[in-house]
Design a protein around this ligand. Structure first.
Ligand SMILES: Cc1ncc(C[n+]2csc(CCOP(=O)(O)OP(=O)(O)O)c2C)c(N)n1
Ligand SMILES: [Mg+2]
Length: 658
């Protein structure tokens, strides 16, 4: 660095621009948990425009030139292709790193910045850390309105970046250099707090980024942020144990908090000691490995019949690190027993209080360990264990049948088409246990939730908080960057692929090996089926020509070649038309060089073959009046299901034990 340092008064200062100060500060932040310390930021993704090219852009260049590849003070820059996508990449990286590390994202004024909004929402909803640096229009307003400036006639200080406020766990706009230190320190606090974490936004006006200031040098001293493991209160553990001891049909629901806390071993120990079975949310899937006797797999709307049967009978439900989304609770129809009670272990009081549960506010690993001691001598009745085994084996037969359908099913398929179950089965059986499967939207998240056999704690990555089409390709880069010892299989539908194939180019540029399994079914298998079940006749869910007689999108399939599209972006593409070819393609992809860039396996499936039924429900309102018979019938079914919804408002206390 050439910047001068000097003594001003008593404190030593260094003269840097705001952007240079941001980069120098961020490069010196560390996180620590369980005695392990790592850089908080692996680097900075960005796309430059006039809002950041001369501010943050100049500062990143200066940082790279000053620090070699291995320097701890380096904040490496990676050029992305789409600002939304680079936030997805960062968030996927953070999830794979158990929220201990993430990336910074810099974007230009206006559309570059607002492109990050969807990524911000996804990060906050999934409670995953990412630092966003949108650029703002001039703080001085000297030449307003500038290119891409929103002029609000009612408020002169509103900018498009205000849209980040509701989506961020911390937001600040630095319109004067003096505000920067506190903004940065608050941002780090929130990013590394397991309760608060999510998208953190510091908006930097374009002129402020380039402004010089004398900063106290200690602002740039390395800082280590301890990611805490809050301990449970003894009285809460005692009460929770009393409620659980009174249970004959207890069930654990494992959420993402089990993974982020690294609580898998503590969970396994508790389950083995007590015989309590486990159902898993999307984020919690893999909390117990496939094949463990207490592992009942997915729970809720996309659950297994095993977990859902145990849920409907459960007298005590123990939520661990779950935020109880509608998919997990089957829109509050999963738990049908009268007087069912909840014990919620969660680091966030907000989640621990849901369903009127008995709240154990704590790190998951710490609470599970404490609970295991408090439950010494308690075990579920024998018939509860044998029921788990029976239910699981019935479900596992269904998985087997989905992975390996009989000729009766496959003979019905058009030439060259596979079932989605066959595709998932082949990928599951031919990948290494540590390889990561990734998905976010369409019909595959539900099918993966039901069918995927998870064999390693970090091997299942389905983003189902925001279920954002387009997450898959960019997220695959984040996962691979986080752990190069694993292959990443991004399962993406044609709809999801079309939303965001862009980061294949970034993977080519950075030689990142990701394997994208592109499942072409010419439209929305998921929403098509949903539409049909709700009486809307698959209207507008197929990628087809407009039919001449109907005037609707029910004509021929469109002449769209997504394999050629992926090839044009620089990916190595393998097109398959049979199960044999798919199996060979998976092996070829796995054998490809670690730095060979992206591989896309293009496969066509039949959208009308469904995964086995969950015996569950999801609340999607149906039109109450209609001219269509299909809608009227669906509305009748809807009312029947609505009648089974439960409010879960009764308090859970040890005294409420039945
Ligand atoms: C950004 C975004 N827009 C819309 C949706 C609503 N949606 C959920 S699934 C889906 C269709 C997905 O199609 P595709 O990726 O081809 O998967 P398929 O359903 O065919 O398996 C849509 C439109 C969404 N989840 N995300
Ligand atoms: Mg599709």
């Amino acid at each position: 660095m050439t910047s001068a340092t000097q003594q001003s008064g008593t404190a030593e200062t260094v003269r840097l621009t705001v952007a240079q100060a941001v980069v120098r500060f961020l490069a010196n932040q560390w996180s620590e948990r369980d005695g392990e310390r790592q850089k908080l930021f692996a680097g900075c993704f960005g796309i430059f425009g006039h809002g950041n090219v001369a501010g943050i852009g100049q500062a990143l260049l200066q940082n790279e030139l000053a620090h070699g590849h291995d320097s701890a003070e380096r904040l490496p820059y990676v050029l992305a292709r789409n600002e939304q996508a680079m936030v997805h990449t960062s968030v996927a990286y953070a999830r794979q790193k158990d929220r201990l590390q993430t990336w910074v994202c810099t974007a230009s004024v206006g559309p570059g910045s607002t492109n990050m909004l969807t990524g911000a929402a996804l990060a906050t909803i999934n409670r995953l850390p990412v630092l966003l640096l949108p650029s703002g229009t001039f703080a001085t307003r000297a030449s307003s309105p500038v290119l891409q400036e929103l002029e609000a006639p009612y408020a002169a200080d509103v900018t498009v970046n205000d849209a980040f406020r509701p989506l961020s766990r911390f937001f600040d706009r630095v319109s004067r250099p003096e505000q920067l230190p506190s903004a940065l320190i608050s941002a780090m606090r929130v990013l590394t707090d397991p309760v608060e974490t999510g998208a953190v936004t510091i908006a930097l006006p374009q002129d402020v980024q380039a402004e010089a200031h004398d900063w106290p040098v200690e602002l740039f001293a390395p800082r280590t942020w301890r990611v805490s493991r809050p301990l449970p209160e003894a009285v809460d553990i005692t009460d929770a144990a009393a409620v659980i001891r009174s249970a004959k049909r207890p069930l654990i629901v494992a959420g993402g908090g089990v993974h982020y806390s690294g609580a898998e071993e503590a969970l396994r120990a508790l389950c083995e000691q007590t015989g309590i079975p486990v159902g898993e949310s999307q984020a919690g899937k893999g909390s117990l490995p496939h094949g463990h006797p207490q592992e009942m797999g997915a729970i809720g709307s996309t659950g297994t019949t095993a977990a859902n049967a145990l849920a409907s009978e459960a007298d005590v439900v123990i939520g661990v690190g779950t935020r109880w989304s509608d998919f997990t609770t089957a829109s509050r129809t999963a738990f049908q027993r009268m007087g069912v009670r909840f014990v919620n272990i969660n680091v966030a009081r907000f989640d621990a209080g849901k369903h009127s549960g008995l709240s154990v506010v704590s790190d998951a690993r710490e609470a599970l360990t404490a609970l295991a001691s408090a439950l010494e001598g308690y075990a579920v009745p024998d018939d509860h264990r044998s029921r788990q085994a029976t239910l699981w084996s019935a479900w596992d037969d269904q998985v087997e049948a989905a992975y390996h359908p009989t000729a009766e099913v496959t003979d019905q398929l058009a030439e060259g088409l596979l079932t989605q179950g066959q595709v998932l089965g082949a990928v599951n059986e031919l990948t290494d246990p540590r390889d990561v499967v990734l998905c976010a939207a369409g019909s595959m998240p539900g099918d993966l939730h039901k069918l995927w056999r998870v064999r390693d704690r970090k091997a299942y990555h389905v983003e189902y908080g925001y279920s954002c089409m387009g997450y898959e390709v960019p997220a695959s880069l984040g996962i691979r960057l986080a752990d190069e010892s694993r292959d990443v299989f991004a399962m993406v539908g044609d709809g999801g692929y079309l939303m965001m194939p862009t980061e294949l180019v970034t993977a080519v540029q950075e030689r990142i090996k990701v394997i994208v399994v592109l499942v072409q079914n010419h439209g929305f298998h998921s929403i098509g089926s949903l539409s049909e079940s709700l009486g809307s006749q698959r209207f507008g869910t197929s990628y087809r020509f407009r039919g001449e007689s109907s005037g609707r999108l029910d004509g021929d399939v469109l002449p769209v070649d997504l394999a050629a599209n992926a090839r044009s972006l620089g990916a190595h593409v393998i097109e398959v038309h049979s199960l044999d070819e798919l199996e060979r393609a998976i092996k070829e992809a796995k054998a490809a060089p670690a730095d060979g860039g992206p591989i896309v396996i293009h496969v066509e499936t039949d959208p009308l073959v469904h995964a086995p039924d969950s015996a569950s429900w999801w609340d999607v309102p149906v039109s109450a009046v209609s001219e269509l018979d299909s809608t009227r019938t669906a509305f009748g079914d809807y009312l029947d299901h609505k009648a089974t919804q439960r409010p879960f408002v009764a308090p859970t206390t040890p005294e409420s034990a039945s």
